[in-house]
Design a protein around this ligand. Structure first.
Ligand code: ADP
Length: 569
């Protein structure tokens, strides 16, 4: 079927598909009874057959004694009432389903049944018995009736996608309506997989905004709650930090850290470096030729020419350095450049391609194997990022007064410094950690990344962090710092332009491109990430230290009321 041609037809009458989302069984009147169902049934069965037996026996006696049947005594009246009551119960319990099944097809999994639009307007979709998010069984929710209007025209397209005649990926282009494309694809996916997508939100999202940019073949969107930690007092300014997470206690914990920082006069940050990297791999016939290119690229005389070629890719891309590593006759060329307010992967890739095209003229025997040769290194744990940095390298520090450590963090300076040394430094060394010298940096990084439209996969290197804690001012106060060499963030491009994510960036005052100084929004965001990590580290480390103290408190019969029960790392 030609979808484009059909879509120009006049819209036809919508067809109603009624989806009843029900529990394992429909509610019955008998559910209101105080006894379990099987006992109630047994009681009514017993009553029914006992009174039938009793009445038949009395009836036989009356016939034998020639007593008129209409003369009934009290026991017979009671028996008759019991007969009628138990009959009504049994009919209600077993009879109605039977009668309904004659007039209506039985409740089946709609996706298992072949769809017949002439006869299957009413379908019942069973949903798996639900559990309360807290893990305990909860009262069954009332059945929802979700009515989806599917026009005959859309129905045809759905069938065509299910039959494989219309490629699912082409729906946006052929229909020219992204929301409709998502809705049709969603229905087709449900029918093809036999699985329900009820619960995955479809409405209330701008599908046009993600086209060719953020997500292909959408069928809906996942909702993640956003909490606010703060205010985070950083470099003299306050920030309310949005965190998208489903991990309980995370926002509360970061919030507590922010409070401790605020009461101690705030945190300060320094941006040490700002440069995105990309490293293609090229191959030569000999190691000698590979080395020749390495010397050429690393020679200061050639830098100006190379940067001119590189910088043509964008008005924001500015080449900073080129570092090469050789493995036999293969050369890995690590380009590093500033990228303005963009995280910069697209931008730098274009610049690298320009340089490779340029080099090919003088190094015709150079075989470009891949624009990314993993010496970059993107979304993989690698020492090169930990040592050299990637994106923004930030150090953030604060001095937390001993009073605040005691009153807000419920621990003491000595315990924190000791725990940091044994856990974040020695413990991580024992574990052979690569950039993981911290308690929970990735928790905070991921939550802010998701809220602000960053690439959450870059959490891998962006969470590299060494947390230091030291007693200062004669042991009274705590100096705490986080050093994070690879925070990869942007405020333009990617998911940052989507409505929800843009709102979170706006809350931080870093939405979009900075008109006065390109790159300063992204740099500020990186320092906010580091500041929030500082808060998270303080809070979790204190909870752990307090846990340690509480154990000794219990030993000495002291209060346990300040124990922070949930620790995420
Ligand atoms: P990334 O390189 O992070 O993947 P994109 O290439 O998708 O990002 O987005 C960057 C785009 O935004 C480029 O086209 C760039 O020209 C444009 N842009 C506009 N203002 C800025 C700015 N201040 N900093 C960086 N890029 C900007």
């Amino acid at each position: 079927m030609d979808v484009r041609q059909r879509s120009t037809n006049k819209p036809t009458a919508p067809m109603k598909i009624r989806v009843v989302v029900d529990d394992e069984k429909e509610p019955r009147a008998s559910d209101a009874l105080p006894l379990p169902l099987y006992l109630t049934n047994a009681v009514f069965f017993t009553i029914f057959f006992s009174v039938v037996y009793f009445l038949l026996t009395r009836w036989r006696e009356k016939i034998r004694n020639s007593t008129p049947l209409r003369i009934v005594d009290l026991s017979e009246i009671v028996a008759l009432v019991a007969l009628v009551a138990s009959f009504i119960y049994l009919l209600g319990f077993f009879g109605i389903d039977f009668v309904q099944s004659i007039f209506r097809p039985s409740a089946v999994d709609v996706w298992a049944a072949e769809y017949d639009k002439n006869h299957a307007d009413d379908v019942i979709l069973k949903e798996e018995a639900r559990k309360d998010p807290c893990g305990v069984d909860c009262a069954p929710p009332p059945p929802q009736v979700v009515e989806t209007l599917v026009s005959e025209e859309d129905e045809e397209i759905i069938k065509s996608v299910v039959a494989g005649k219309t490629p699912s990926y082409s729906l946006e282009t052929t229909l020219g309506d992204c929301k409709r494309a998502a809705s049709i694809r969603r229905e087709a996916v449900q029918r093809m997989t036999g699985k329900s997508l009820v619960g995955l939100a479809l409405e209330g999202f701008d599908y046009q905004a993600i086209l060719g940019q953020c997500c292909e073949m959408p069928v809906g969107y996942v909702q993640i709650p956003v909490g606010i930690a703060g205010p985070l007092l950083l470099d003299g300014r306050e920030y309310s930090v949005p965190m998208a997470t489903t991990e309980g206690c995370l926002v509360a914990s970061t919030n507590r850290g922010c409070k401790a920082i605020h009461l101690s006069g705030g945190a300060n940050s320094v941006l040490l470096k700002d440069g995105m990297t990309r490293a293609p791999v090229v191959r030569f016939a000999t190691a000698q030729r590979a080395a020749k290119l390495k010397f050429f690229l690393e020679s200061p005389q050639n830098f100006e020419t190379l940067s001119m070629v590189f910088n043509r890719s964008s008005r924001f891309a500015r080449l900073q350095t080129i570092k090469c590593a050789i493995a036999g006759k293969n050369l890995y060329i690590r380009f590093c450049c500033s990228t303005g307010d963009a995280m910069g992967m697209n931008m730098i890739s274009k610049g690298v391609q320009n340089v490779l095209d340029f080099l090919q003229k003088d190094f015709q025997d150079m075989d470009v194997i891949g624009i990314s040769g993993n010496f970059c290194s993107d979304k993989k744990p690698a020492a090169v990022n930990w040592i050299e940095g990637r994106g923004k390298s930030v150090v953030c520090e604060a001095i937390i007064s001993g009073d605040v450590v005691r009153k807000v963090l419920k621990t003491n300076v000595e315990a924190l410094a000791e725990l940091n040394m044994l856990k974040n430094l020695a413990g991580s060394a024992v574990a052979g950690a690569l950039g993981g010298f911290n308690a929970q940096a990735s928790n905070i990084v991921s939550a802010i990344y998701i809220a602000t439209g960053q690439d959450p996969a870059q959490n891998v290197e962006s969470s590299h962090c060494i947390t230091m804690m030291e007693a200062v001012n004669d042991g009274k106060d705590l100096h705490v710092s986080v050093t994070m060499p690879s925070i990869e963030v942007g405020t333009v491009g990617g998911g940052t332009q989507l409505a929800s994510q843009a709102a979170c960036l706006n809350l931080l005052g870093v939405k979009g491109a900075n008109r006065e100084e390109a790159g300063s929004n992204a740099r500020l965001l990186a320092t906010i990430v580091a500041g929030s990590v500082l808060a998270g580290e303080l809070s979790l480390m204190s909870a752990l230290a307090a846990g340690h103290l509480v154990r000794s408190h219990m030993k000495y019969n002291r209060s346990t009321k300040d124990l922070v029960s949930k620790v995420s790392s």
